[in-house]
Design a protein around this ligand. Structure first.
Ligand code: SF4
Length: 305
């Protein structure tokens, strides 16, 4: 909540968000997770402010075109903010509709979502659709709950497929998510005269545009000897002979489809080579707090620097 309020106070409207740099937005987002959301919010704010003269779209069809806005958010904004007659589908609503109609297509597949949405749309009243949508969500959250739903006193049990066919515990069906990808990050915290080397993460991966220490990544755990023998280590240090001061404990960081194990290898050097100077930025220790960094690095910095 604290992080959220900080972000909302810093960017109270589309204009302030649109006129800020991505670095400022990512820094203010730090701690809120899912950095893609911050990037999308920023891009969408700029699009609305500069391309649409600040007019916020009101229809589902326009909203769904915006970066970072999917079916749920587009429907929720159209319904709750603008009173449009669209069905809002969250996990609660999916569960209710799946049980009521005996739909066994997995709710986390495109086909399942479409089927359920179609049924939900049939239930929309001609007016007060926002109230109806909120009632559907609330019904799933309080009555038709995931485990042991309150079927006996449910006002819909006469027409509920799952209740009549003894399938309440089986529905909704969910397709198992892919197993998590394991990644091992070895961050090199290279100190030189009270400064540390940083680089911006590249695109097409997690945490893009956030700052990090020089990184050696592996898909398995490495011994220190393997790190110092690696191609990346030799590329980074070339002819330098760095001294390793300390290796941190392992930090674990969970993302939706990934699990990251990170270690920080503390290194001191007295002079830098061209590779370091060309590929990394030297940041003074007391200015590091201004950088937008992944929560994982922030935690390390809070403890160490
Ligand atoms: S009868 Fe049970 S499963 Fe059916 S809608 Fe009511 S609470 Fe949900």
């Amino acid at each position: 909540m604290e992080y959220y309020l900080h972000f909302i106070n810093r960017f109270p409207d589309i204009q302030s968000l649109a006129k800020s740099s991505l670095d400022e937005v990512l820094k203010a987002w730090q701690g809120l997770g899912y950095y893609t959301r911050a990037r999308n919010l920023h891009a969408t704010a700029q699009y609305i402010y500069y391309q649409m003269n600040g007019r916020f779209p009101e229809n589902y069809e326009e909203l769904i075109q915006l970066k970072g806005i999917g079916d749920y958010t587009a429907s929720a904004i159209a319904s709750f903010a603008f009173g449009k007659p669209v069905a809002v589908m969250d996990g609660n609503v999916q569960r209710v509709i799946s049980r009521m109609n005996g739909i066994n297509t997995p709710v986390n597949t495109t086909r399942g979502k479409k089927l359920i949405k179609k049924e939900a749309e049939k239930l929309l009243p001609s007016q007060n659709t926002a109230l109806h949508n909120q009632a559907m969500i609330e019904f799933g959250a309080t009555q038709c709950i995931p485990r042991n739903p309150k079927c006996i006193n449910c006002p819909l049990n006469q027409i509920c497929y799952a209740f009549h066919h003894n399938m309440v515990e089986e529905l909704p069906v969910k397709r198992k998510n892919k197993t998590k990808r394991l990644r091992y990050f070895y961050y090199l915290t290279i100190q030189k005269n009270g400064h540390l080397f940083f680089q911006k993460r590249a695109e097409n991966d997690i945490w893009n545009s956030l700052y990090q220490f020089p990184l050696i990544e592996s898909d398995r755990e490495l011994e220190i000897q393997e790190i110092t023998d690696s191609k990346e280590w030799n590329e980074i240090f070339n002819k330098l002979t760095p001294s390793i001061k300390k290796i941190s404990n392992t930090y674990t960081h969970l993302l939706t489809h990934q699990k990251i194990y990170a270690c920080f290898v503390e290194i001191k050097i007295s002079s830098a080579n061209n590779f370091l100077l060309n590929n990394y930025t030297l940041i003074e220790k007391n200015k590091i707090q201004n950088l937008a960094v992944p929560r994982l690095i922030e935690k390390y910095l809070e403890e160490k620097i």
